[in-house]
Design a protein around this ligand. Structure first.
Ligand code: PMP
Length: 448
């Protein structure tokens, strides 16, 4: 592969979506938490690709699961009640792991499709429930929920809207609950959370409570800056939603499967979702697959309406793809057998504690995170939290310097921060290596 092959075939599209994912252009091999480029250089991938390859780059059991399934049944569709054993087993396994009682699964090929599907499910439900005027979806500023028309609209990063006529008009964006950045002087986390819940209620009342179908949120906002919800946040948000009968869609695409130290982020933060979306670590990124789960109550309404209408007109050619399902089922089995929850609770606590060493560094405004997901936000002035000008300049430079030191981090949009999301079973010495390389990079960032 030559440099021009890469640029002539892929750019500008890959460039346009690359944001701050700075790393080798062409990766040829991976092993454990490490990737190797076409010149043989080694990097430790502290971002698990795109928050996805939780089991690392060389998990034999996932490779075998794919191979065995390919030999048995490489493909069959799941339209019109058709299915296959891998899809059925995966559905049962996924539902049995959830922190709330859910009874049905729809498969997709990605997180974006899962979010679009969740939004369509919410719409279909309200039509079936005799409240067709409930069409609006509330998301949050800075959240990333995908790139399709509905998920891209739910996304609250304006950089994803420009030129595409997005967001479409049924989407509203509530405020981002980043306490450190938006909290007022003297305000406690609880008070801040109450203020965010009050603002949400105001938004609902202005839009008309009976026009709102659902609220969508990630337990920890990932791409939007690894925003860990402040004390009491989801409890207060949930109370507002309950008051107006609004559905809660929990987007577990990043937080699912151990990332936050519990099996699901909804569990870590006491969310009671009606619909959940999954992808990425569902198959540890070895196959493209997403899923949406719903409660029995929602399903019953949807099913009874689709019986009268004759159809629930939604699905994909590869929904429930047997190879993707077999790999995902093996990934879930591994998470349980290797006790991902216990492991991340322990290694995550160590990782977070080591990252807090950076809090005293003059360039560091905030270190935040939970389990094995974190961000370090850089500031021009520590006391006033003043951002660098232009915004986003320094974290991009940092990610490049880290890359030169063999560390893959990510310059996140909408905050001058660096994301960290290492594979779930990184050893203590791998986590130390990530933190030490990060520390070296911090010392190297001198010119702005
Ligand atoms: N939801 C969240 C929370 C995500 O982080 C992402 C991807 N970064 C998506 C949805 C979209 O997933 P995909 O890229 O698989 O379409």
């Amino acid at each position: 592969l030559r440099e021009d092959d890469v640029s002539s075939l892929l750019h500008p599209f890959t460039n346009a979506v690359a944001h701050g994912q700075i790393g080798p252009d062409v990766v040829v091999r991976g092993e454990g938490a490490r990737i190797y480029d076409d010149a043989g250089r080694e990097y430790i991938d502290a971002m698990s690709g795109l928050w996805a390859i939780g089991l690392g780059y060389s998990e034999e059991r996932l490779i075998n699961a794919a191979t065995e399934q390919l030999k048995k049944l490489p493909y069959y569709h799941t339209f019109a009640h058709k299915s296959n054993p891998a899809a059925i087993k995966l559905g049962k396994a996924l539902l049995s792991m959830l922190p709330v009682e859910m009874s049905k699964v729809i498969y997709t090929n990605s997180g974006s499709e899962a979010v679009d599907t969740a939004i369509k499910l919410a719409w279909y439900y309200w039509n079936a429930a005799g409240e067709p005027e409930r069409v609006k979806i509330i998301s949050r500023k800075r959240a990333y929920h995908g790139s399709n028309v509905a998920s891209g609209s739910a996304t609250g990063l304006t950089v994803m809207h420009g030129g595409f006529n997005l967001p479409f008009s049924q989407i509203l964006h509530a405020e981002c609950p980043h306490f450190w950045r938006y909290g007022e002087k003297g305000e406690t986390e609880e008070e801040f959370s109450q203020r965010k819940a009050d603002e949400l209620e105001k938004l609902i009342l202005e839009a008309g409570p009976t026009t709102i179908a659902a609220f969508i949120a990630e337990p920890v906002m990932g791409a939007g800056g690894v925003i860990v919800p402040p004390e009491g946040y989801f409890e207060k948000i949930q109370a507002v939603l309950d008051r107006y009968g609004i559905l809660f869609i929990s987007d577990e695409v990043i937080c699912g499967f151990g990332r936050t130290g519990k099996m699901f982020g909804s569990e870590t933060f006491g969310i009671r979702p009606d619909i959940m979306t999954f992808a990425k670590q569902l198959s540890s990124a070895y196959m493209p697959i997403g899923a949406v789960t719903v409660t029995e109550e929602l399903y019953e309404k949807i099913a009874s309406a689709s019986n009268t209408r004759g159809v629930f007109g939604h699905g994909y050619t590869y929904s429930g793809h047997p190879v993707a399902c077999a790999v995902a089922l093996e990934a879930l089995t591994i998470y349980q057998e290797r006790d991902v929850v216990g492991h991340v609770a322990q290694s995550g606590a160590y990782f977070q504690q080591r990252l807090r060493e950076f809090e005293s560094h003059p360039l560091v405004g905030e270190v935040r995170g939970v389990g094995l997901i974190a961000a370090v936000e850089l500031v021009a002035d520590k006391r006033s939290k003043k951002l660098f000008d232009p915004f986003g300049k320094v974290n991009g430079r940092f990610a490049k310097l880290a890359y030169e030191r063999g560390l893959i981090t990510r310059a996140l949009p909408a905050s001058d921060s660096l994301g960290l999301c290492p594979p779930l079973f990184c050893t203590k010495s791998e986590l130390d290596e990530i933190v030490d390389k990060f520390a070296d990079t911090l010392e190297a960032v001198t010119e702005f």
